[in-house]
Design a protein around this ligand. Structure first.
Ligand code: MG
Length: 160
């Protein structure tokens, strides 16, 4: 089997009164990410993991934040682009596993919807998508609720 592992991380500052989209799900939240796109920290980490598994440049290179085309962009749509290219190269997803670290908002009430979103885009059953959430135990800037962090690992298989 031609297997490729990939890993990605992302972090965004959180500010009051901003829209909060995580895993393609808009969450009711007093704070949201500061970002050029919709700031979907989970999808950004996932895209970097998918790109990394293929030896491709990261999303900062692919979707530069000085390009107005990506201002307010839906990260789920960017994920669709990234995944379409991976499919063209012959990759399928074996599984993805992800973690989100933040004090607010609460992730778990929306995690099933997030998993379903990501599974749909990546053409797999949702049991191939792992998603966990934890707090930073009030430690440091994440613990003060000033930001949100996500980490993603993927396993791709190249079919040829
Ligand atoms: Mg990001």
């Amino acid at each position: 089997m031609n297997l490729r592992i990939g890993h990605g991380v992302d972090i965004h500052r959180l500010e009051a009164g901003r829209k909060c989209v995580i895993g393609g799900v808009e969450i009711e939240s007093p704070v949201g990410p500061v970002a050029h796109s919709d700031g979907d920290v989970l999808v950004h980490a996932l895209m970097d993991a998918i790109l990394g598994a293929q030896g491709e440049p990261d999303i900062g290179v692919k979707f530069p934040n000085n390009d107005n085309k990506y201002s307010g962009a839906s990260s789920i749509l960017l994920l669709e682009l990234v995944w379409k290219e991976a499919l063209k190269r012959g990759y399928v997803l074996v599984n993805a596993d992800m973690s989100v670290v933040c004090e607010v908002p609460k992730i778990n009430p929306s995690s099933a919807a997030m998993k379903e979103n990501l599974a749909r885009v990546l053409n797999v059953a949702s049991d191939r998508i792992g998603l966990k959430a934890t707090t930073a135990e009030k430690l440091g800037s994440l613990g003060r609720g000033e930001g949100i962090f996500a980490s993603a690992t993927v396993l791709l298989e190249k079919k040829d």
